[in-house]
Design a binder for this molecule. Structure first.
Ligand SMILES: Cc1cc2nc3c(=O)[nH]c(=O)nc-3n(C[C@H](O)[C@H](O)[C@H](O)COP(=O)(O)OP(=O)(O)OC[C@H]3O[C@@H](n4cnc5c(N)ncnc54)[C@H](O)[C@@H]3O)c2cc1C
Length: 384
């Protein structure tokens, strides 16, 4: 079968892969994206694009072309109470991932990247100066390979990484609804943290249907189907026809982000947010970082690895550690959580909203003495 040689190969055409390939091509490299599906393809995802996604988009990408619905309001239900976040900019912009991912890939192609699809990665060999990828569409060789093949992609395993920490299970159902029902949910991204132990359920309005879903960080996970059906009942959506999907979200970063000439990005590197399970911004950021590391460090794999580790740790991993700490509080229902949300619900939900919007980080939120002073003040006000 045909064999092709490139300056870099990217496996997977999700946001991580498109972001990496576009940046590599714009940096002047000949780059191929190997994708197992024909695009556009359905991707199990809420398609909720939070403000920090906008910051991470490739230069010149027009998000408005794929956004189906804007939600200027986010509603969070926790411990029996509902908090509303309003803002000048939308809290969540809603897109179908088929459109979003295809547009990102088109943008990368316009910059010079080549898409080869369908091309399923089947085997991987490393030599001293290159990586050889065997696919259903021929053999592709390059000095560097970016794995952007998602939560269950084979690249890490084929490159001899140990198994990834297990991802959290999540359901995504696409509900057909009447215009009257759609109008009831329009403009609001709803999150219900009381719907399930250790997780939450959501309703994301799209242009003329609703994307609903549920996830749990608990092990073993409670029955997601049962909990989602019951929550749909609470929302008055019990009888809507649903197209049902489910998948995993990896919220524990891989210890090793590179091996030889292979770099893991996005879900393949386990970079989704452990609080919100939002993974699109981390996929875009890590994909672009992989490209920058290759452009800065090639031809030395050690230099590429050094650059990549530093960027991903600085921009993502160090903050995810703090997010896990906060997730421990948010996802452990009980007296402590009830106490905190009864007293400080508005402050806490607003604080997480600020992180999601990209206006602060989990680290800054938890490390700044000012944060505790503010919380302390609120507690005193409440108890006096
Ligand atoms: C139910 C659910 C809801 C979610 N909702 C949201 C949300 O609202 N907002 C948000 O930000 N995040 C959400 N996420 C997380 C988000 O979907 C992921 O974090 C994000 O898709 C990661 O992007 P990626 O590019 O790393 O991988 P992916 O988007 O998974 O892309 C991987 C690509 O690799 C391809 N591939 C796989 N194997 C091979 C192979 N062998 N050869 C070639 N190609 C291959 C796949 O076909 C795919 O196109 C959700 C996840 C789930 C499961």
């Amino acid at each position: 079968m045909k064999s092709s040689t490139w300056d870099a190969i990217v496996v997977g055409a999700g946001p991580a892969g498109a972001s990496a390939a576009g940046a590599l091509a714009r940096g002047g490299l000949r780059v191929a994206i190997l994708e197992k599906e024909r695009l556009p393809r359905y991707k199990t995802c809420g398609g909720g694009l939070v403000p920090r996604v906008r910051e991470a988009l490739p230069p010149g990408f027009d998000l408005s072309s794929v956004v189906e619905h804007e939600c200027p309001v986010a509603e969070l239900r926790i411990e029996g109470r509902t908090w509303t976040l309003n803002g000048d900019a939308p809290w969540v912009s809603m897109a179908m991932r088929s459109d979003f991912d295809a547009a990102l890939v088109d943008h990368a192609r316009a910059g010079g990247a080549e898409l080869i699809a369908p091309a399923t990665l089947r085997g991987l060999r490393s030599e001293s100066d290159r990586v050889i990828a065997e696919t259903t569409a021929g053999t592709h060789c390059a000095p560097f390979l970016v794995a952007a093949d998602g939560a269950t992609g084979p690249t890490a395993r084929l490159a001899s990484w140990p198994p990834a920490p297990p991802g959290i299970p999540a359901l995504e159902w696409e509900l057909t609804v009447t215009p009257e029902v759609h109008a009831r949910f329009a403009g609001i991204a709803r999150f219900d943290f009381d719907a399930i132990a250790g997780g939450y359920a959501w309703v994301f309005p799209k242009s003329n249907h609703l994307s609903v879903g549920i996830l749990s960080t608990r092990r073993p996970a409670p029955s997601l189907v049962g909990r989602l059906e019951s929550t749909l009942g609470d929302w008055g959506l019990a009888d809507c026809p649903a197209e049902r999907h489910g998948f995993l979200i990896p919220v524990r970063p891989r210890v090793e982000l590179t091996r030889g000439r292979v770099l893991l990005s996005g879900d393949a590197a386990g970079l989704a947010d452990p609080i919100t399970a939002e993974g699109i911004s981390a996929a875009l950021i890590s994909g672009a970082a992989a490209a920058q590391a290759i452009l800065a460090g090639a031809p030395s794999p050690e230099a590429v690895a050094r650059h990549y580790r530093r960027m991903v740790h600085q921009r993502l991993v160090s903050d995810l550690r703090w997010a896990r700490l906060l997730a421990g509080i948010l996802y452990r229902p009980g007296r402590a959580r009830r106490f905190l949300f009864e007293r400080l619900g508005r402050t806490l939900t607003h604080a997480v909203g600020e992180v999601i919007a990209g206006r602060t980080s989990y680290r800054r939120l938890l490390c700044q003495p000012r944060s505790y002073l503010k919380l302390g003040r609120r507690l005193l006000q409440r108890s006096s």
